[in-house]
Write a protein that binds this ligand. Structure first.
Ligand code: 5GP
Ligand code: ZN
Length: 120
């Protein structure tokens, strides 16, 4: 399993920084975002370090699929599978990616409005 000692989410995986876990498997961890932007806002991450979803899609497509399966499980556990939810990942600077350890956001428990800022 790849790990980066300077990476915030690797520290969360290692238990060095506490987290509010929603769901966990051998390979995936889901926990509540520290700054929730919706009534439900969880992050789903691979336990193994990868910088971006784009890179992971090339290196480990089966691992990407596990993230989306886990996102669905988070939605089920949070009771928003029927009401609907959004799964989104920021990749790189224009998307505002802050943490360079792959994560997908799971947002829901309210109407979420349109995706994105519109054209700049
Ligand atoms: P990004 O902008 O990279 O897509 O998302 C990073 C997310 O990580 C942000 O929504 C931010 O609130 C969240 N975050 C940053 N630091 C922490 C932390 O220490 N714990 C948790 N649970 N979330 C964090
Ligand atoms: Zn990491």
């Amino acid at each position: 399993m790849a790990t980066d000692s300077n990476c915030l989410f690797c520290k969360i995986v290692a238990g060095q920084i506490p987290n509010d876990t929603v769901y966990e498997t051998d390979t995936v961890l889901a926990f509540r975002d520290i700054t929730p932007r919706a009534n439900v806002h969880a992050l789903v991450i691979p336990k193994s370090h990868e910088d971006t979803l784009g890179q992971m899609a090339a290196d480990d497509p089966a691992g990407v699929a596990e993230l989306f399966t886990a996102a669905r499980e988070v939605a089920r556990l949070e009771g928003i599978e029927e009401s609907g939810y959004r799964v989104v990942s920021n990749v790189g600077p224009d998307a505002g990616q802050e943490v360079f350890h792959v994560h997908v956001h799971v947002l829901g428990a309210q109407e979420l409005g349109p995706v994105g800022p519109g054209r700049g």
